[in-house]
Design a protein around this ligand. Sequence first.
Ligand SMILES: NC(=O)c1ccc[n+]([C@@H]2O[C@H](COP(=O)([O-])OP(=O)(O)OC[C@H]3O[C@@H](n4cnc5c(N)ncnc54)[C@H](O)[C@@H]3O)[C@@H](O)[C@H]2O)c1
Length: 151
Amino acid sequence: MKRLQDRVAVITGGSSGIGKATAIRLAEEGAKVVIADIDPVSGEKIAAQVGGIFVKADVTNADDVANMYKVAFDTYGSVDIAFNNAGISPPDDDSILTTGIDAWRRVQEVNLTSVYLCCKEVIPYMQRQGKGAIVNTASFVATMAAATSQI
Ligand SMILES: NC(=O)c1ccc[n+]([C@@H]2O[C@H](COP(=O)([O-])OP(=O)(O)OC[C@H]3O[C@@H](n4cnc5c(N)ncnc54)[C@H](O)[C@@H]3O)[C@@H](O)[C@H]2O)c1
């Protein structure tokens, strides 16, 4: 028996990097994987590779976030794992002395508000099931500081 047999995992930012690697690993452990990302080209490819599905979703958009969990539930019958991993690190997110308010706001929306939206939408599924696991990606920068300026 695999460790995550038939658990349904929704991975935001699953089209690349850590999210992609997680999709492959969770599928190896038997999970049904739902990749939610703004990049459908890579997302569809990885979803096919892991035998899961891709849902186009911008994690800063409340309707998209609600929809991705609904699609996961309607397709597989539960939402057991929410990996809130989508995030950005744009070059204009730099020193506080040079970072403009638009870059600041964009990073807050994608990296932080998205986690609020995802938790808010997924927790009711998990409450009804009586179980579930949420993993929110932060950064080693939170505990070790950044090598380059990143306000
Ligand atoms: N790689 C690192 O060294 C590092 C360090 C610290 C923190 N992190 C965090 O880990 C997470 C994953 O990082 P990664 O290196 O795998 O990044 P990545 O750029 O390889 O992948 C991020 C994915 O998120 C998607 N994405 C971006 N904006 C989105 C949005 N609005 N809605 C939905 N999807 C969106 C992208 O399309 C991409 O597929 C991010 O939250 C990042 O901030 C990464």
